[in-house]
Design a protein around this ligand. Structure first.
Ligand code: SF4
Ligand code: SF4
Length: 313
């Protein structure tokens, strides 16, 4: 297990209220992290495997001064720094250029823009185009992330971006059935695939602090509806969090064996009668959304069988 990135969801307030938002962010959401405590946590990641801190939301640019303070601090501690945004602030080319040049000057390493049919109900796509243009001028690496449902048409948008920026890094993700998306979108509209394709935990080396302060062992948005949190950033620093992850027998199985053992042991809880899923994380959220301590004896037996008396709590 090696974490490379600390993901920080600064707050869940957003100027948009996208139907596909897997965190249910909106202008009314008010959970947010304390900057001074966050700095302590970031500092505690020094001399560990963490190389990058990524700030996201909600919309992190709604608190631009705090965002800049965190970027400066993160960079001063020797980490790469990334921000994820819907680019609402880039409403004209000059404004986009001013902000990107400022962020580049204080050490931001890369930026991700979210744009798709759902974001465009709230954010003018020209803002994202302005922001990308500024990033090209100031040589700031960009990723554009799009979210899709089944039968979603993204071709025109991709063609438009491609025409201006042929080397642009565009990621297309399936919309996750979590948060507002789970409540507002009918299941048949998600991109589903058979259970057999969905049994590996894709934890992706990211440890995440949620706006409620809970620390989670991955960044899959379904995880935030589970009881898999490993503590609270008010009480834990990064090395403590890692110790708790290492000693957690459920996470040990998830990382090393994926979801397959759990699906075999507890098929009804894991699948809820379904045979197709958007992602492994959906099965994970079924399994761990409620108190799962009753699973621990089974898990320990499995580990003992494999490793003869390995000691995990
Ligand atoms: S998907 Fe992104 S832009 Fe849309 S409401 Fe959620 S955080 Fe805001
Ligand atoms: S399967 Fe569970 S632990 Fe693994 S990335 Fe998904 S939500 Fe996280």
């Amino acid at each position: 297990m090696k974490y490379k990135t600390l993901g920080v969801i600064m707050h869940d307030t957003c100027n948009a209220e996208c139907k596909i938002c897997s965190l249910s962010c909106s202008p009314k959401s008010k959970n947010s992290l304390n900057i001074s405590r966050l700095k302590d946590f970031i500092m505690s990641c020094k001399n560990t495997s963490i190389v990058q801190v990524s700030f996201t939301g909600g919309e992190p640019f709604l608190r631009y001064e705090e965002l800049k303070e965190l970027i400066r601090f993160t960079v001063s501690q020797g980490f790469y720094c990334n921000v994820v945004t819907n680019a609402f602030w880039a409403y004209d080319e000059n404004q986009a250029a001013n902000i990107i040049s400022e962020l580049k000057a204080i050490g931001l390493s890369s930026i991700n823009f979210s744009i798709d049919n759902f974001h465009m109900e709230y954010i003018n796509k020209q803002a994202v185009f302005n922001a990308i243009k500024a990033c090209k001028v100031y040589d700031l690496p960009v990723v554009v992330a799009m979210c899709k449902l089944k039968n979603e048409r993204l071709g025109n948008l991709i063609d438009e971006l491609d025409a201006d920026y042929p080397s642009l890094n565009i990621l297309i993700n399936s919309c996750l059935p979590a948060g507002r998306a789970k409540k507002t979108i009918e299941r048949e509209h998600f991109v589903l695939s058979p259970l057999a394709n969905n049994l590996k935990c894709p934890y992706e080396g990211i440890i995440t602090i949620h706006p409620t302060g809970k620390i989670y062992p991955c960044c899959g948005h379904e995880v935030f509806t589970t009881c898999l949190e490993i503590g609270d950033y008010e009480h834990l620093l990064y090395p403590d969090a890692i110790k708790k992850i290492r000693n957690n027998c459920i996470l040990y199985i998830l990382r090393n064996y994926g979801l397959e053992p759990f699906v075999q042991w507890f098929p009804d809880i894991a699948c809820k009668g379904k045979s197709e899923f958007v992602s492994p994380c959906e099965i994970c959220s079924n399994l761990f959304e409620n108190d799962f301590r009753f699973m621990i004896p089974k898990v320990k037996d499995f580990i003992n069988e494999k490793f003869h008396n390995i000691s995990l709590k």
